[in-house]
Design a binder for this molecule. Structure first.
Ligand code: CTP
Ligand code: MG
Length: 417
């Protein structure tokens, strides 16, 4: 929450929040290292830099739309990419060309806002690492009634005012803060303030400055050290080193019928000796299956595919295909592992449950745990095997079949998000 929010009026109606993503600068300080390309258009993880903050800000649930501000000569070039990302952005989109100075570009963005927009976040696209948490802090302050709110970071260095190479003064460090974007505003107040700055021919480097000119209070929220502005050549290194991981979870579920009930059902019945996690359960009922019927490995494969958004085993190994007749599920699992590894999955933990009235699993629990861990290349403390009956209820309780569930947790490592 912003500091000392006491004076202004909270909005009566729900906020109609838009963002202006500024990408109309020349990137002069970097362009010679980028063969003339303005920094906001360099590619990072398969997207131009300006798209990264746009995707983060657009995922904030209250955001209604984004105005992209580009140099005139880039507008038509970037349009198709924005269209291609529009489903992911999921908000209204406008694209306009900017002006000579940053504040001219902001005004171009403001003119493109729809009438119903009540609040606006202005963001420099050269800050690709803004977080959703920071956007939330700003919006909380706006909802509480702030006219303007900015993210700040206390400075660690002593700052001097220097004129013609000579120190003029040393302002007390406690009161000095570096300022970031996004900066949040009541839309009409920001418009008035920019008009006033224009009238007075004031040049400013951020939007809070124009509110200050009008005498409005500007509130603050904590900024973020990671929310850097890509400015100098060293900053390009930070683009290479940013972590690209996200946690994931997958769930799998499978059922097989016990063969005992299929006697006399005809030639097609495919009875397989019961195997769980690749371990034969000697003396147990057989199951009906196209493959080897390892219900536990099937649930596990679905969980792995679930964690990586790769569908399910039916999609990859259709039971209409003769290739998978009596297929060894351990072999299919190796193929699933290949697919999920391609997607960047690092498995953290596997939790498996077998649900059956019979046979009793506990004598084989360790063997199953050991084999599943082996098949996955994991240590045994990352694989848990549970078993339960359903107390004589339902199809497992009546001994008609067996089911299994699997939960996989992990991390996806990728260069594309
Ligand atoms: N910006 C803009 N229109 C301008 C000038 C700047 O939209 N006429 C944008 C930049 O694209 C950037 C942000 O405002 O996202 C902050 O500007 P800055 O970091 O100074 O970027 P550049 O002006 O592009 O870089 P440089 O100062 O090195 O030329
Ligand atoms: Mg600049």
């Amino acid at each position: 929450m912003a500091d000392s929010l006491i004076n202004e009026n909270p909005p009566v109606h729900p906020m109609q929040l838009w963002a202006i993503i500024l990408a109309a600068g020349k990137g002069t300080r970097l362009s010679e290292h980028l063969q003339g390309t303005a920094k906001q258009f360099i590619y990072h993880k398969d997207l131009p830099l300006y798209m990264h903050s746009a995707l983060t800000i657009s995922s904030y649930a209250m955001l209604k739309g984004i105005v992209f501000v580009f140099p005139e000569e880039y507008v038509s070039q970037e349009h198709p990419l924005i269209i291609a990302q529009s489903a992911r952005l999921g908000v209204d989109i406008k694209v306009v060309s900017g002006g000579v100075r940053r504040q001219d570009s902001v005004q171009c963005g403001l003119r493109a806002l729809p009438p119903q927009c009540s609040h606006v976040l202005v963001h420099d696209s050269a800050r690709p690492f803004v977080s959703i948490a920071l956007v939330h802090r700003l919006c909380e302050a706006l909802q509480a009634g702030a006219s303007g709110v900015i993210p700040t970071i206390p400075v660690v260095d002593t700052i001097k005012e220097i004129v013609s190479g000579l120190v003029k003064s040393t302002p007390p460090r406690e009161s000095l803060f570096a300022v970031q974007t996004p900066q949040g505003f009541v839309r009409h107040i920001l418009e008035q303030a920019h008009a006033k700055a224009e009238e007075e021919k004031s040049s400013v480097t951020d939007d809070a400055s124009v509110l200050e000119l009008l005498g409005h209070t500007v509130h603050t929220v904590p900024g973020e050290a990671e929310n850097i502005k890509i400015t100098h050549v060293d900053d390009l290194m930070k683009l290479q080193n940013t972590p690209s991981t996200r946690p994931c979870v997958g769930f799998g579920y499978d059922v097989h019928r016990f063969a005992i009930l299929t006697k006399g059902e005809g030639e097609d019945a495919k009875n397989r000796p019961l195997k769980l996690g690749g371990v034969f359960m000697d003396g147990a009922m057989h199951v009906v299956a196209h493959s080897d019927g390892d219900v536990l490995l099937h649930a596990l494969m679905d969980a792995l595919l679930g964690a990586t958004a790769l569908g399910d085993i039916g999609l990859h190994f259709p039971d209409s295909s003769a290739v998978y007749d009596n297929a060894d599920s351990a072999v299919l699992l190796q193929e699933v592992l290949r697919l999920v590894k391609q997607k960047g999955l690092e498995i953290h933990h596997i939790d498996l449950t077998i649900i059956t009235q019979k046979p009793k699993i506990s004598p084989q629990r360790n063997a199953i745990q050991k084999n599943v861990a082996h098949l996955l290349g994991l240590s045994q403390d990352r694989v848990n095997i549970k078993a339960t009956t359903e107390e004589g209820l339902g199809f497992t309780g009546h001994g008609e079949g067996i089911k299994a569930t699997a939960v996989v947790s992990g991390t996806i490592h990728s260069s594309t998000f």
